[in-house]
Design a protein. Sequence first.
Length: 520
Amino acid sequence: MKHSMPSFLTFQRLAGVSCAFVLLAGCAVGPDYTQPTQDVGAAYKAQTMAGWSRAQPADHLPRGAWWGIYQDPILDDLMRQLAVNNQNVVQAEANYRAAVATLRNTRSGLFPTVGTTGGVTRSGNGTSRSSTSSVIDPDLGGRSFGSGPSNQYSLTGSVSWEADIWGRVRRGVEADDAAAMGAGATLASTQLSQQSTLAQTYFQLRVLDEQRKLYARTIASFERSLRTTVNRYEAGLVPKSDVAIAQTQLENGRATQLDQEQERALLSNAIALLLGQPPSRFALAEVAFEQEVPAIPVGLPSDLLQRRPDVAAAEREAAAANARIGVAQAAWFPSLTLSANGGWRSSQFADWIATPARFWTLGPELALTLFDGGARRAQVDQARAQYDAQAAAYRQSVLTALREVEDYMVTLDVQQQAQVVRLRALDAARESLRLTRNQYDEGLIGFLDVAAVENTALTAEREALSVVQNRLVASVQLIAALGGGWDVSRMVDPLADPQAEPHDDADIPPSAPRTTLSVE
């Protein structure tokens, strides 16, 4: 090993070769990404059939806290708890952080690796044959003996850099950047899904409370009817069958009331799970409930490509799969590694940093796989197939989003019409019950006729409340299908800000025009 530094001519040659490869590094193999296309139509079919008005440019769902349009403080508080404690959201957030860390690791391949080592070695051999300093004893057949143990001091620095000539690392960074953004969109999609489930469950529980109140009033009425019937039977005015009918009606009502208690407990447990709490520690008190369904603006079908986080996540996965084709194709080309090592090595500590103890190595390394049994071709084919699969998954997510919006628009429109019909039926049932009870009191009809009308009126009451629930749930589903106030501008590019994390606006939006959906 020479102990002199490399000549200027050596540096010049190496610099020339390095510059040539760096210029080659400006290209990257593999196809450039273009977003897969999917026909979304010019307008929603339900929008034209049901008379929906198209949202104006300034008429949009509130960003972030979309549930604020229901103006329910209890729901607002539950949503805040969900954002912190929901374990599905926590898991998605951890997956996002892992994706960002993977991106940083891949990006580090664009930069050189610098290292250093230092050490002290002590060695010796009493019968060494290669010792440069030895004593020969002719009386022992000329065998040589080492002069004793020796020390070796060393300090080495190294620099290594793989030139990204064919864009393998850059395509990897492109893939992981898209994957990280997709993970951020998946986090937003998970949040929206859990929020939507919470809102739907909450409204179901509140409507169930109203039904429980209805049954409490109804059972009280059935008890009065039973007492009246018993009194009339004891007076000899009605047959015993009327008492049996009244008793059956009352017990059926009590059985339904028990079913409602069970259903409320299950809904409460479901909310506790969404909030990340044990069911035993969660309770939601019964309160007066009169909810209104907000007017929901619906834009163009093409808006879903910008407002649905799950669609954005699928698109980013397609972009990542496309970039991985370039990573696989880069394996066909040689890799160039530029490395340099230098330092000091001496057997005497006092001479450790002296010029004669200095050593160095410098040079490029070119590696190319000549035969691999078709492994690289299979990897490229695999990458292309994975891209085709992700592109199909993206198109399917777009079609699914379109179908969901159409479904919930139709549901809302039908339920709105059903609300009008149910209220008319309820008014008629209440009037029929009033007249039937009057006829029974006058002895014109039997209690069987009264019981039939009472059950009909009870069914009308329940159906009217069910329509309220259906409209509330469908409104939440439509908001979620439209993206819940999210849009692609809220996606965070980890390359732009490695520390950035997806955020959620918590501002409660102003109230929107609303349609009353209460049942008196």
